[in-house]
Design a protein around this ligand. Structure first.
Ligand code: AR6
Length: 186
């Protein structure tokens, strides 16, 4: 688990990490979820497997109580057996043709995740490249949007509790793109 690019902006650390996100020890791990919080493959499958049955159980309970999570929004559950305080389940868009507000919805999902961690008073958050796997969002554009969101969030939240934002993915192409965008931006 090598730490790749690190930047500090207004006292907040932005880090690009190559690792399985379920191994992270941040206050919040963000899941790349679907509207029904039915954790299948990808990050969601890994979180569900490693987190144990409580994760799907609490997710199902959340949907029973609140209804489906709209695209761009988040739901919070406990961590199960993961080494975090909360799992923030963020619902990114399924990529169709790029003309169905996919970029705006991805931005919304990332900003909602950061907002939620801030509301919960958390210090650290690990976020995967939401939508860029099973949901088919182009990875270069996803990386650009995610990097920009970190900066937008920091600029719009001068008093945030968040001290570290970790952009964590296990595959080299995604990590390389995240590094490129973070370096270009900061
Ligand atoms: N750790 C770090 N990065 C990962 C991991 C992992 N364990 N697994 C995948 N990635 P995806 P989506 C990278 O497919 O596109 C599920 O069925 C991966 O290479 O997890 O938003 C849900 O239930 C990619 O860059 O999320 C939804 O139905 C990124 O994480 C649907 O998939 C996100 O890929 C969500 O699809």
């Amino acid at each position: 688990s090598a730490s790749e690019v690190v930047r500090i902006f207004r006292n907040i650390t932005i880090r690009v990490i190559q690792d399985d996100i379920t191994a992270e020890k941040s206050d919040a791990i963000v899941n790349a979820a679907n509207n029904h919080l039915m954790h299948g493959g990808g990050v969601a499958g890994a979180i569900s497997d490693r987190g144990g049955p409580m994760v799907q159980k609490e997710s199902t309970q959340w949907v029973r109580e609140h209804g489906a999570v709209p695209t761009g929004q988040v739901a919070v559950t406990g961590p199960g057996r993961l080494h975090c305080k909360y799992i923030i389940h963020a619902v990114g868009p399924i990529y169709h043709n790029g003309r169905s507000h996919e970029s705006e919805l991805l931005e919304e999902a990332v900003m909602s995740s950061l907002e939620k961690a801030h509301e919960l008073g958390l210090q650290s958050i690990s976020i995967p490249a939401i939508s860029s796997g099973i949901f088919g969002f182009p990875k270069p554009l996803c990386a650009k949007i995610m990097a920009r969101c970190t900066k937008n969030f920091i600029e719009s939240h001068p008093e945030t509790t968040i001290k570290e934002i970790r952009l964590t993915n296990y595959d080299t192409p995604t990590v390389t793109l995240m590094e490129k965008e973070v370096v270009a931006l900061y």
